[in-house]
Design a protein around this ligand. Structure first.
Ligand SMILES: *Cc1c(COP(=O)(O)O)cnc(C)c1O
Length: 419
């Protein structure tokens, strides 16, 4: 569900024609629909409303301040994975009780900053991390609220690079060691066990892995009770998939909630969810201009001014993204093309062997479903300034991140000089 649509054969984001933004801002740029992302947040909030719950948007999916601000104002909490992301949630004024801190490699400085901010909990992934949190909390003379991220060893049936809940993955504490590690945590003077966490992967398109993980986790919660350890916050992570291709039918947040809440059966815990992609994925497009159409011997290439440095997902996950024209024309023939960027890499493509209606130099295209893991994964490879980000709100839009300049890219560099 999103608010991108054609009106008189012009592609609109809400009530703004994307062409109008392209004229004003230049290309490429990311465009986000505020109404879409708020709608998705609300769907999650309502789906879990019958249970004490908190939806903590996963900041890493799209961390633009204007996106975070819109979500915070509608009551979202945030799942962060770095000190940088903590600073972002601070900037949008999100109270600590709505912030959870995940990630396998938290530094001392990050732990200190998160304790000072008063985050709701640290999702802890190893014994050494637990020990470090204890040390930092002791030095600051505060109690650190922790959950243990349990690896339930279930197969999320998604791309291997975004699977995290299998034994062989680096994430979480092995299921079999969980009770012992909880007991260790409970002994620590400045650590307070407040819950349990579990995140098994991303772009999950079936309910069964979520349900299987929860079933395993609930057995553990009962076992912990027997040891006098009470789980108040049950964080079930993110990972709900979105439709990238026509015909994809991932479960809805409502279906996910129904399945999880049925399992929970009224268990008195605060359920936390950390959706990222499901909130912003289909709330964003990447708008790009066709630089050249190159007719090869075997196939035609549509060469765009955006490249893999701007949207990396096709290159690293072989991900599918829809590509559609900003101006729909019905008199054009369909042809099979590769839509590729200007970068010197064969992996620099947005679509391969794709049926598109014929496009010409100078025309504009939208790469769909680019709101999550799009701009945030972009780089300056090939010394390309990162593109602008635009947020649409109804019939208005704002540039919420300016296009970088080459001068900015070079600012921190210098020739060799003796220190
Ligand atoms: C990446 C991540 C998420 C968000 O995943 P989505 O697939 O975008 O919903 C949530 N929690 C943790 C711990 C993550 O690493």
């Amino acid at each position: 569900m999103d608010y991108f649509h054609y009106q008189d054969d012009q592609l609109f984001c809400e009530e703004v024609a994307l062409e109008q933004i392209a004229q004003a801002v230049g290309t490429p740029f990311y465009c986000y629909s505020e109404r879409t992302l708020l709608h998705h947040l609300q769907v999650f909030q309502q789906a879990f409303a019958s249970q004490d719950s908190l939806i903590c948007y996963s900041v890493k999916a799209n961390s633009n301040l204007a996106v975070l601000d819109a979500l915070a104002k509608q009551g979202a909490g945030f799942d962060i994975v770095s000190g940088g992301e903590l600073e972002r949630v601070r900037r949008v004024g999100c109270p600590g009780e709505r912030v959870v801190f995940s990630g396998v490699g938290k530094s001392r400085a990050e732990i200190q900053a998160a304790l000072a901010y008063g985050v709701r909990m640290f999702n802890v992934e190893s014994i050494p991390e637990l020990q470090r949190i204890q040390e930092v909390a002791l030095a600051m003379d505060v109690a650190a609220p922790v959950t243990l991220r349990i690896n339930p060893d279930v197969d999320p049936k998604t791309h291997p690079y975004i699977s995290t809940g299998l034994k062989r993955n680096k994430f979480g504490i092995p299921f079999g060691e969980a009770v012992a590690v909880y007991q260790q945590a409970a002994q620590m003077s400045h650590v307070q066990v407040v819950g349990l966490d579990c995140h098994i992967g991303s772009q999950l398109t079936q309910l069964s892995p979520f349900v299987d993980a929860l079933k395993r986790v609930m057995v553990l919660i009962q076992a912990l009770k027997g040891h006098g350890i009470e789980i108040k916050n049950l964080d079930l992570g993110g990972g709900l998939g979105i439709p990238y291709e026509d015909g994809d039918t991932p479960p809805s947040p409502a279906e996910l909630a129904a399945a999880l809440l049925e399992q929970l059966d009224g268990m008195p815990v605060t359920v936390i969810l950390e959706p990222g992609r499901a909130i912003v994925g289909n709330a964003g497009v990447l708008v790009t201009r066709v630089e050249y159409v190159k007719k090869g011997e075997q196939r035609h290439f549509v060469i765009t001014d955006a490249g893999m440095n701007d949207l990396l997902r096709p290159a690293i996950y072989n991900a599918y993204h829809g590509v559609i024209p900003l101006q729909r024309k019905f008199d054009r023939e369909e042809q099979v093309v590769d839509v590729v960027g200007p970068i010197c890499e064969t992996g620099d493509f947005f679509a391969r062997d794709r049926y598109l209606s014929e496009v010409y130099q100078g025309e504009l295209l939208a790469v769909r479903s680019a709101g999550a893991y799009g701009f945030v994964m972009s780089s300056n490879y090939n010394t390309r300034p990162r593109v602008a980000e635009v947020l649409v709100r109804g019939d208005r839009y704002a540039v919420v991140r300016k296009r970088e300049s080459v001068a900015q890219l070079l600012e921190n560099e210098s020739l060799f000089e003796d220190a």
